[in-house]
Design a binder for this molecule. Structure first.
Ligand code: S3P
Length: 166
């Protein structure tokens, strides 16, 4: 992959990846969408019927299969948490971009899309903040570019990512 977008749920990974693909005329892949295609079930269905372990194993398989392709990859917020996934991401040679966002903005986004994210649906604001704080060092460890995304348009974010490319 040329660019891998990582970050917490609701930080705009999918939207920014699509815009980057358009601006750079590169293929775009969405890890969650690939998982849905492979399982032939929605993400909430996979969690409800097969459990998180099954989802995470599928997520790892799909990451391993797709990471060598060209283009832009939007990951799911939990993907970098597994050590084997961290290794794949860090060793991919891609520009790894952490889209960082405050908890307040995350909560706004996530509550507007209730029912789509099984991990977030049973967490209140404090629970989301705690999960975000737990994941933050892992995102920072994997990334070679950190972009603050609060109050910035996908266009501005995509332009900054392109500007930082070497
Ligand atoms: C998850 C994030 C989701 C999706 C799944 C689990 C997580 O992706 O992979 O619901 O553990 O943070 P988004 O970050 O695109 O919402």
């Amino acid at each position: 992959m040329d660019v891998i977008l990582i970050g917490f749920m609701g930080s705009g990974k999918t939207t920014v990846s699509q815009l980057l693909g358009k601006l750079q005329n590169k293929p775009v892949l969405d890890l969650d969408q690939e998982i849905v295609n492979q399982a032939q079930m929605s993400i909430p269905e996979i969690f409800a019927q097969k459990g998180e372990r099954y989802f995470r194993d599928l997520e790892h398989q799909v990451l391993k299969r797709t990471i060598t392709q060209n283009g832009i990859l939007a990951t799911g917020g939990g993907a970098p948490m597994r050590m084997d996934n961290q290794k794949l991401i860090i060793n991919s040679g891609a520009q790894v971009v952490f889209l960082q966002m405050t908890t307040a903005s995350i909560v706004q986004r996530i509550t507007a899309q209730a029912g789509e994210r099984p991990i977030a649906d049973h967490l209140d604001v404090d629970g989301l903040r705690a999960l975000q704080q737990k994941r933050q060092p892992v995102y920072l460890h994997c990334a070679n570019l950190v972009v603050q995304t609060d109050n910035r348009s996908p266009q501005e974010i995509a332009e900054q990512i392109i500007k930082e490319q070497k």
